[in-house]
Design a binder for this molecule. Structure first.
Ligand code: SAM
Length: 219
């Protein structure tokens, strides 16, 4: 219905997709995933009016839903084909989880904070994603049961590349992980090919701390 909240949100979402395109995101399937996913459904009610701003926004428990452009950059860098099994470390709001659900065959996602895990589970269910499996726990050690993964996305910044995640990459797999201090990091792309692991810098980024056995001790 014209003028309804949902109608306004649809218009705002279309404008966000255009903005991402203007900022250099050209992968049609990535832009389509943003068009299909209602970001406001992954945010606390008090900040939903800001859902289609290209900024990170607090979601409670001292955490944030990441900036849409950063999500888009992650997803485009991975050059996903639709057939992948993917691990996401740091479910947070569940928004990127649902973006991924449109882009790959299977999504495995891990969150360490129970309150966020529970809210994200509801939002992911509400979005209708049926190819997502969730775990409450420390994602720095990965999820060995379902390894290896074609791609691993880490949504929080650690002091170094978690070796457990490198081990759980499939042949030809790609791992995106922010590495640096607690305040600023460099997004690293790690690839595994022919038994050789190569890492390269992608961009400067700012994420909340990756807390765990192979991350920071505490926030
Ligand atoms: N992509 C998410 C989004 O946009 O909602 C990002 C959320 S936030 C930037 C990063 C999340 O990583 C937080 O929810 C935090 O609790 C989680 N996190 C930090 N360390 C973690 C760990 N070792 N295992 C799992 N989740 C972790």
């Amino acid at each position: 219905m014209a003028g309804s909240v949902d109608g306004q949100m649809t218009g705002a979402r279309r404008r966000l997709v255009e903005l991402l395109r203007d900022k250099g995101i050209h992968d049609i399937s990535v832009l389509r995933a943003f068009d299909l996913t209602a970001r406001h459904d992954f945010m606390p009610t008090g900040v939903r009016h800001r859902a289609y701003e290209d900024t990170s926004i607090p979601i409670g428990s001292g955490q944030t839903i990441s900036q849409p452009y950063v999500h888009a950059r992650y997803l485009e860098t991975l050059a996903l084909t639709g057939h992948e099994k993917v691990l996401e470390v740091g479910t947070g709001s569940g928004y990127q989880t649902v973006l991924l659900s449109h882009l790959v065959a299977q999504v495995f996602t891990i969150e360490r904070i129970a309150a966020l895990f529970n809210t994200a589970r509801e939002a992911i269910r509400h979005a209708g994603a049926t190819n997502v499996s969730m775990l409450l726990g420390d994602g720095t050690v990965g999820w060995r049961e379902y390894a290896p993964y074609d791609a691993i996305l880490v949504s929080a910044g650690g002091p170094s590349i978690p070796q457990a995640l490198v081990e759980q990459l499939a042949e030809g797999g790609r791992l995106l992980v922010p590495v640096g201090s607690k305040d600023e990091q460099t997004l690293m792309l790690v690839t595994k090919r022919g038994g050789t692991v190569v890492s390269r810098e992608i961009a400067p980024v700012r994420f909340v701390p990756l807390v765990g056995t192979q991350g920071w001790d505490r926030e």
